[in-house]
Design a protein around this ligand. Structure first.
Ligand SMILES: *[C@@H]1O[C@H](CO)[C@@H](O)[C@H](O)[C@H]1NC(C)=O
Ligand SMILES: *[C@@H]1O[C@H](CO)[C@@H](O)[C@H](O)[C@H]1NC(C)=O
Ligand SMILES: *[C@@H]1O[C@H](CO)[C@@H](O)[C@H](O)[C@H]1NC(C)=O
Ligand SMILES: *[C@@H]1O[C@H](CO)[C@@H](O)[C@H](O)[C@H]1NC(C)=O
Ligand SMILES: *[C@@H]1O[C@H](CO)[C@@H](O)[C@H](O)[C@H]1NC(C)=O
Ligand SMILES: *[C@@H]1O[C@H](CO)[C@@H](O)[C@H](O)[C@H]1NC(C)=O
Length: 802
């Protein structure tokens, strides 16, 4: 039953919504693949299914760019949030992000543009896991350049609607692929498919064909792992089908009828050109043939009107009538009058296909003018995604297209011959059941409509003869059980460790450890300093700091953690993690105690009596109290110390609490103490500046300098730096990681400068130790200064001896 297309359409649409009852221009419907379908268009069967799958509003054929927030891995333990944007995409396309965003396996993060309510609509990201990807990585690839080129094309900075713009674009792309220093990534295959798609939207242009063949050739010779990964995005199929369609649109330009019989001035491409493109071109337009030849992929365009050429044979050795190519094979053209059996007998035949006269006359009467043959040297671009296969190709792949036919079905069978590579190179797993010719249906190899000449044992036949009743790519498949390796954990790229942060950590920590060593040495050498109460507090703090730095920077790296976890040594991982947690908490306990002591010194009224042995009591509290949260986490949730497999695979895992263990066992106590310290710091600073404004006395100047110095030191010592750390933890940006790293790792060094180098008493003690004679000369000056010091309120002696 034939409905009028438009009438049928509106019956269905009217049920959905009455506003479609008229046919206003902005509500024109388009076929999804780009052909316009006007309301008064041709007659057609209308059905719900067609509506659902093929029709969209002409004004809504693209998903428009959309903001997207994700994280970049900036170094092994660090992520930084990034505001990115999905690129504009056609329906059915998997869009990539504007700024490169690749996973460890080299796959791009993509989002599909779908049809919903007959409009282009982005796939929902509601249920996505947070996206964490890489922008810069150690491996040298063309992904970044390819991405910018794609961007330029999408955003109109590079025109593809004229010949010059197109040639420039494909030339750049071809050079990228030819000059690539490193490996290709699945993202590159995907993006190349999208670039081909962009070209498909424009007029087809024979001048870019060489570049396209060149790019496909490079992709064919890349790692099979990469192609299999990209097949998960349908990238190989998409590339293949766009390549085939583009080529199929070119014969009108390459082998026009009006060139038949006309002498060709320059039949072969010159060597320089072949060297840049990697493709040999042969212009036989006088006999109606053009060839683009490379070692792995060749395209032949034929116009049988000129010289009755309707086929092609490829050989592995030279011979009579055979033309030679620089790519290591020989070929000859087959006229429609030839006999298939004779062709089959020819020596060293690799593959052949041709249309016999009666078949050619039939297809010609159905609208055909040209033939295109493509020969793929191997099946790299024909990737099956299933892990278990029962057949695999063991021949070249030959693709036959006849543009202009209304249907791909042939009324007479088309013969083709393929050399059985299994004979040359036997595969022990192969068996003849299930062997035969098949075609690629853009998912798997199928045998429907393809018949194989029967024989007693196909696997032993050198040349396999097959016939097909439809057109596409064909190969000889051998049966067997083939299993592909799982690609789940494949890692193709690794992040650039931002070396700067590592260098800061190592230099800072080394300086700090040296500083701490200096402080201990000073304490060991000079009893007068050692016996002061403030020195004792300082030494405890240094000890805690030392422990933490050792664990953090030198012991608990992701390599160590990974080694522990991989070896199943989770107990040691928990112990290491708990030690880290403990060291941080101890450090913070001491910071709190010091802040409290400073508070007493500068703010509270002089005269408060300290209980006897208060340092010892403080020390007991500071070293034991952190055990409580540590043991709680270790006993209640030991697993939270063990990095997850996902963290290990992205190299971001160390043995350290995570989840609730991190929040309640580390972040909460640290935040409380930091807030407390911040309050004390502001209070102390306020009192100091307050007393400063009142002090005009010249004698007080020295005091003021000391106090300012102390304020700076307090800033480092009281762990305000850890505020940066908390911001960095909350992923507020890589700047905080830098601030945190610089300030936190320098703590020990700053303490050394403040307490030893800038402290006049200690300096003098050191000077006295190193050059005693100078000391004698200074003796007078020293006594006067010492006197002023004992009266100074910043002097440690005055407090500790109270
Ligand atoms: C259209 O309708 C005719 C007649 O009912 C039917 O023979 C034909 O198969 C239909 N075509 C499609 C594409 O559904
Ligand atoms: C677009 O899709 C329709 C419906 O499937 C099909 O009939 C038509 O040939 C396609 N056009 C092109 C250019 O592929
Ligand atoms: C190509 O597109 C640009 C705008 O994107 C337009 O200005 C120009 O006229 C077009 N050129 C051709 C040859 O269509
Ligand atoms: C063809 O592809 C294979 C495997 O992918 C590769 O090893 C070979 O170098 C390629 N040949 C040419 C001429 O590019
Ligand atoms: C993959 O791409 C091919 C060619 O564009 C298409 O025919 C096929 O339907 C696609 N498959 C999937 C699963 O999207
Ligand atoms: C082939 O040669 C003819 C004659 O020299 C020329 O006009 C034509 O443009 C050439 N074709 C190609 C694709 O170079």
């Amino acid at each position: 039953m034939n409905f009028n297309w438009c009438a049928g359409l509106f019956v269905v649409l009217a049920l959905v919504s009455p506003i479609y009852s008229a046919c206003p221009k902005e509500n024109q419907m388009c076929l999804r693949n780009g052909t316009f379908q006007y309301c008064d268009g041709e007659e057609r069967n209308s059905s719900d299914e067609l509506m659902q799958t093929h029709l969209v509003y002409c004004t809504s054929m693209f998903c428009e760019p959309e903001e997207f927030q994700h994280d970049y891995i900036t170094r092994n333990h660090d992520q930084t949030p990034h505001q990115n944007k999905w690129k504009r995409a056609r329906i059915g396309e998997r869009a990539t992000l504007h700024d490169v965003c690749l996973l460890r396996n080299g796959m791009p993060v993509t989002r599909e543009c779908r049809v919903k309510d007959n409009r282009a609509n982005w796939e929902s990201t509601e249920h996505w896991d947070p996206v964490v990807c890489l922008r810069r990585f150690r491996e040298h690839t063309i992904s970044g350049d390819l991405n910018s080129l794609h961007d330029d094309v999408l955003e109109g900075r590079r025109r593809t609607n004229d010949t010059q713009g197109r040639r420039e674009m494909t030339g750049i792309m071809r050079n990228m692929f030819r000059q690539r220093g490193g490996n290709l990534l699945p993202a590159d295959v995907h993006m190349t498919g999208q670039m081909f798609g962009a070209l498909m939207q424009q007029d087809k242009d024979a001048t870019v064909s060489v570049d396209l063949v060149s790019v496909c050739k490079e992709i064919m010779s890349c790692d099979s792992k990469v192609l299999r990964l990209s097949a998960q995005l349908n990238a190989t199929n998409s590339l293949l089908s766009q390549f085939e369609s583009y080529m199929d649109a070119l014969p009108e330009q390459l082998v026009p009828k009006d060139r038949c019989g006309k002498v060709v001035a320059k039949p072969t491409s010159d060597e320089a050109e072949t060297a840049t493109t990697g493709v040999e071109t042969y212009n036989f337009s006088d006999i109606g043939v053009q060839a683009l030849i490379t070692g792995n992929i060749s395209v032949f365009f034929a116009n049988p009107e000129c010289d009755r050429i309707t086929g092609l044979a490829i050989f592995s050795a030279p011979g009579d009538q055979r033309k030679t190519s620089a790519s290591g094979f020989w070929y000859r053209f087959i006229r429609f009058s030839e006999d298939l059996a004779k062709v089959k007998e020819e020596s060293n035949l690799e593959t052949a296909a041709f249309l016999p006269e009666n078949l050619w006359r039939q297809v010609k009467s159905r609208g055909a003018t040209y033939l295109i043959f493509k020969v793929y040297a191997h099946d790299a671009l024909f990737v099956e995604t299933s892990l278990q296969r029962t057949r695999k190709p063991r021949s070249k792949v030959i693709s036959i297209s006849i543009p202009g036919l209304r249907s791909n079905y042939l009324s007479l069978p088309l013969p083709f011959l393929l050399r059985n590579e299994n004979l040359r190179n036997p595969d022990s797993k192969a068996f003849s059941i299930g062997s035969g010719c098949g075609y690629w249906n853009y998912e798997t190899w199928s045998t429907e409509g393809v018949s194989t000449e029967s024989s007693s044992d196909l696997l032993k036949d050198a040349i396999i003869e097959c016939h097909t009743n439809h057109l596409t790519q064909f190969a000889f498949l051998v049966g067997g059980s083939y299993r592909a390796n799982d690609l789940g954990e494949e890692i193709l790229i690794t992040p650039i460790n931002e070396k700067v942060l590592d260098i800061i950590s190592i230099v800072g920590c080394s300086l700090s450890l040296l500083g701490i060593l200096g402080i201990f040495l000073t304490a060991a050498l000079f009893k007068s300093w050692r016996s002061q109460a403030s020195t004792k507090v300082l030494l405890h703090l240094c000890l805690a700091m030392c422990l933490q730095m050792m664990l953090f920077v030198f012991l608990n790296t992701d390599d160590v953690s990974e080694a522990l976890v991989v070896n199943g040594n989770t107990v040691r991982c928990v112990a290491l993690g708990a030690a880290m947690q403990y060291s941080i908490l101890v450090l913070f306990s001491w910071m709190l105690i010091i802040a409290f002591l400073q508070f007493q010194r500068y703010v509270t009224v002089i005269g408060i009596e300290r209980p006897p042995r208060y340092i010892l009591k403080a020390a007991i509290v500071a070293w034991l109290l952190p055990l409580v949260p540590t043991l709680l986490v270790a006993l209640i949730d030991p697993d939270s110390y063990v990095p997850s497999a996902a963290q290990l695979s992205t190299d971001t895992g160390i043995c350290y609490p995570s989840g609730y263990g991190l929040i309640f066992g580390v972040v909460l106590p640290v935040t409380l103490i930091t807030v407390c310290n911040l309050v004390i710091f502001v209070y102390v600073f306020y009192s100091i500046s307050h007393s400063l404004s009142q002090s005009i006395h010249k004698n007080e100047k020295k005091m003021v300098v000391k106090q300012i110095r102390l304020s700076i030191m307090l800033f480092f010592l009281l762990g305000l730096t850890w505020i940066f750390g908390i911001f960095a933890f909350m992923q507020a940006g890589v700047a905080f990681s830098y601030l945190f790293c610089i300030t936190a790792t320098m703590q020990g060094f700053v303490m050394f400068i403040y307490f030893v180098l800038l402290d006049s008493t200690n300096r003098r003690l050191w000077v006295g130790l190193i050059c005693p004679t100078k000391m004698e000369l200074d003796v007078q000056k020293r006594t006067t200064e010492l006197q002023s010091m004992t009266t100074s309120s910043t002097n440690y002696n005055s407090r500790s001896h109270q």
